[in-house]
Design a protein around this ligand. Structure first.
Ligand SMILES: NC(=O)c1ccc[n+]([C@@H]2O[C@H](COP(=O)([O-])OP(=O)(O)OC[C@H]3O[C@@H](n4cnc5c(N)ncnc54)[C@H](O)[C@@H]3O)[C@@H](O)[C@H]2O)c1
Length: 263
């Protein structure tokens, strides 16, 4: 996909990776740029700078997503690319047991990392299928392919995000729908809070601009996986090749990395 003259929505677009995507899409001279975020003020400031439109919403609210899609279609005639990018990172709860995060934390991660992607697809698919084209970019994480110590709710729901993206691609590829999953390791955003990123930072922390560059290449190639840290491809192959050995390696990594260094 080439971005010039396209109509794009980016959720979580007011900060970090989403902001990097918005800036890069603006450079590509998109025709419509809709920046959606819980932080309406920041979204509005960026929209003013990039000549876009801002929408203050919570991606967990299906009716708000549907209304934004309907308004964008009515203003621009179509949506070419919907980027489901909003995300949150929660550490495991007491004693860092995998099961110890509160139900509310699990639910929030599920709603933001999975249901929001489903709401976007549900709202966009009818007109995309009618036109025979449309693109979904899901910001997932390397944690969705490879897990991540101390963040079970995050890693589990990011795996589920990959699962939904696979279903979307398998079911609707013949309808002309394209899907990509962006799976970086550490990126220098508010989510990492200026830390070394723990396990996510071991192969280096990229800037949002570098991630946006990798996204441009991935969208051009229309690849399902976009991996700004190229090491992730090999780790993923290692996991598939020998699951038990991979679990052993992850346990070793966790032991070497106490929780306070993570965030
Ligand atoms: N930073 C990293 O190291 C890293 C690595 C891999 C994947 N990711 C993923 O990248 C995506 C963007 O994160 P980031 O690193 O740019 O963090 P960030 O905190 O800078 O940006 C996240 C944005 O999402 C918005 N947001 C959060 N919850 C929302 C909601 N319910 N509704 C609407 N907007 C909401 C926030 O207001 C914020 O603007 C996330 O999905 C995250 O999981 C980040």
């Amino acid at each position: 996909m080439e971005l010039r003259d396209k109509v794009v929505i980016v959720t979580g677009g007011a900060s970090g990776i989403g902001m990097g995507l918005c800036r890069r899409f603006h450079e590509e001279q998109v025709r419509g740029l809709v920046i959606a975020d819980l932080n309406g003020e920041a979204a509005s400031a960026l929209a003013t700078e990039l000549n876009g439109t801002s929408v203050e919403l919570d991606v967990r609210d299906e009716s708000a997503i549907a209304a934004m899609v309907a308004e964008t279609e009515s203003e621009f005639g179509q949506i070419d690319l919907f980027c489901s990018n909003a995300g949150v990172l929660d550490l495991d709860g007491n004693d860092y047991w995998a099961s110890s995060s509160a139900n509310e934390v699990w639910q929030r991660n599920w709603d933001i990392h999975v249901m929001a992607h489903i709401y976007a697809a549900r709202a966009c698919l009818p007109s995309m299928i009618e036109r025979g084209e449309g693109y979904f970019l899901h910001t997932v994480s390397a944690a969705g392919l490879l897990s991540q110590p101390y963040t079970a709710a995050y890693a589990t729901t990011k795996h589920a995000a990959i699962g939904f993206a696979e279903s979307l691609a398998i079911t609707h590829g013949d309808d002309g729908i394209k899907v990509s999953c962006l799976c970086p390791q550490g990126v220098d955003t508010a989510m990492l809070g200026g830390t070394d990123g723990g396990a996510a930072g071991l192969d280096g922390i990229l800037s949002p601009a570098q991630v946006a560059e990798a996204v441009m290449q991935g969208l051009k190639e229309e690849s399902f996986l976009i991996l700004p840290h190229e090491q992730v491809a090999q780790y993923h192959r290692n996991k598939a090749h020998n699951y038990d050995r991979w679990i052993g390696g992850m346990r070793k990594l966790r032991r070497s990395m106490p929780p306070p260094t993570l965030l």
